[in-house]
Design a protein around this ligand. Sequence first.
Ligand code: NDP
Length: 295
Amino acid sequence: MTGHSPLLTLNNGIPMPAVGLGVFQSPPDHTATAVESALAEGYRLIDTAAAYANDRQVGDGIRRAGIPRDDLFIETKVWISDYGYNATLHAFDKSAGKLGVDRLDLLLLHQPLPSRFDLTLDAYRALEKLLADGKVRAIGVSNFTPEHLQRLLVETSVVPAVNQIEVHPYFQQTTLQRLHAEHGIRTQAWSPIGGITSYRGGEKRTFDDSTLLEIGRQHGKSAAQVMLRWHLQEGRSAIPKSTKPARIAENFDIFDFELSADQIAAIDALDTGVRGGPDPDSITLETYGREIPEA
Ligand code: NDP
């Protein structure tokens, strides 16, 4: 156990651990063990999604760890196939049922659906209802661009607590992060250690970056730990994924060192402006739709 994550306060006053475990691409038969090792290590935030098809196993890991429910922060995401007011209300039941909880700490819309923004707005209005009913403690979005956020802010009532977006040293989205800051929306970084620069077979992997490795050498830390510390010091939440206990521990062993202003500036300078994930405007029901099973 390497300590506890600092807490970030969301715009409705709810505290959220800054660092959590991600489970995208965690095979179902490794997910419960990954969640259990993370919780034993001191993690209290788990980020999953209906589309990851491993939420039942996330629930198993949570139950096996035996940590009081109120000490955990469980967040999941509604997939686009479940957008629309009633469908999204039902998506909550599906997710909560699979996870084995009656309440979620944070529920996000996984993607904007630009060609059906009406459905996206109705889905968000369902999140507002779930929030009002006390079924979720905070609501938010993921992969929203400045344009999507502006439209959402105009057409709905509750300012999202979080926008979970791709942020790692090679893709930093600083304009979007500034917009978040103006509206009190917390940036949560997905692929925070640049996994997407690696598992997609990219040529330039953050893990091999000479600047990150050199900064790590100065602190006795790995490139992954340097990246996670950079997120913390810039006020972001980060949800690194691993199914390997040693890496789960490594990614949480980041609370005992401090990057200097020069080191932060050197990491900021690594931005290439090139996205690793899909362009949010390219997401359609036809290309990405898929049925999310009942609980
Ligand atoms: P990460 O940046 O977390 O990197 C994960 C990858 O890096 C995995 O291949 C993992 O492999 C490997 N890895 C983990 N720790 C280390 C380490 N210390 N040293 C070297 N390699 C390491 O990428 P993700 O894309 O998984 O993003 C994290 C989480 O963000 C996801 O799991 C998911 O919860 C969320 N996410 C959300 C998206 C969205 O659209 N909202 C999109 C993508 C991710 P291994 O498991 O073998 O250790």
